[in-house]
Design a binder for this molecule. Structure first.
Ligand SMILES: [Mn+2]
Length: 301
């Protein structure tokens, strides 16, 4: 397969800076070599986003900080993701903070629409990223991106790239949540997303949840996998903006990626929130490379 590695060094959507260095950490961890060893050809896109660092920019709307540069960058990303996926090639987006999902989801959604196919998102994250400007406790857009992709929130975000909803919330499946804001919980319930929290995983065991995830996507033609490294326990992924104990193990996350590869419906993906400043010996980026490889066909035997 032709895999396009889209680097998005953007950290405007989060309070803790440093995820703008995520793509280079993942590059140094050998993403290209690992994917090529699987027989894929890779194409690098390293010039999608360049901007004045966050520290020198104006915050703008305090309920949707750095809205303008985020919308500009994500619109550009969406165009590329649509173009690549439209050719039946694979866009692999490397964050950056999770706000880049606005662009990836818009792009793959446009392709699904054009091909008249149903579209869903697997959102692997400790958080919901489902706030709007009324519920957000921080004003950070990485906490609003999935709601906006589902058509909830500021019109600049909900109408990014093309007008209207990018993904039906009933086609969104969460895995690994363990820290949801009270307002966003209400929004998620109202929207009808499907959520498998860490408690669900503890209650039923991880393989049973993976099975349910696969059943969830049975009715879907095209899946986008949006993977936030903070879903992992900080023991395995310390280099992330909002580390939170009680997360997935590396083995569980790798298994989930392998099983998603088995559906043969994953047509785009992103790995976000690798923050090298907080990392130890680049282990979070190294794990990100393994996750991407598993999603793209690597097996142990
Ligand atoms: Mn996230």
């Amino acid at each position: 397969m032709k895999i396009h590695i889209l680097e998005m060094p953007l950290d405007f959507g989060a309070s803790r800076h440093g995820s703008d260095m995520g793509p280079s950490a993942i590059r140094l961890a050998g993403i290209k070599q690992r994917l090529e060893a699987l027989g894929h050809s890779t194409f690098e896109h390293t010039d999608i986003f360049h901007a004045k660092p966050q520290e020198y920019q104006n915050i703008g709307n305090p309920k949707a900080k750095y809205l303008k540069p985020i919308v500009n960058a994500c619109t550009k990303l969406a165009g590329l993701v649509e173009e690549i996926s439209g050719k039946n090639e694979f866009p692999l987006v490397l964050g950056g903070d999770h706000s880049i999902a606005l662009g990836s989801i818009a792009g793959i959604s446009a392709t699904a629409k054009k091909q008249n196919k149903s579209f869903g998102v697997l959102y692997v994250d400790a958080h919901g990223d489902f706030n709007d400007t009324n519920t957000t406790p921080s004003g950070n857009i990485h906490g609003e991106c999935l709601a906006a992709s589902a058509g909830i929130g500021l019109s600049e975000l909900t109408n990014l790239y093309f007008e209207g909803q990018k993904v039906d919330p009933k086609n969104i499946c969460f895995v690994g949540c363990r820290d949801l804001d009270s307002g966003e919980k209400t929004l998620m319930k109202k929207a009808g997303v499907t959520v498998f929290t860490m408690s669900d995983i503890d209650r039923h065991g991880f393989p049973a949840i993976v099975q349910k995830v696969k059943e969830f996507f049975q009715k879907i033609d095209i899946i986008h996998v949006s993977f936030d490294m903070d879903v992992l326990d900080p023991m395995f992924a310390p280099g992330t903006g909002i580390p939170l104990p009680g997360g997935l193990t590396n083995r569980e996350a790798l298994l989930l990626m392998e099983e998603m590869a088995g559906t043969e419906k994953v047509k785009s993906a992103e790995i976000v929130e690798v923050n090298p400043i907080l990392d130890v010996r680049n282990q979070t980026a190294i794990l990100a490379v393994s996750l991407a490889s598993r999603l793209l066909g690597e097996t142990l035997y």
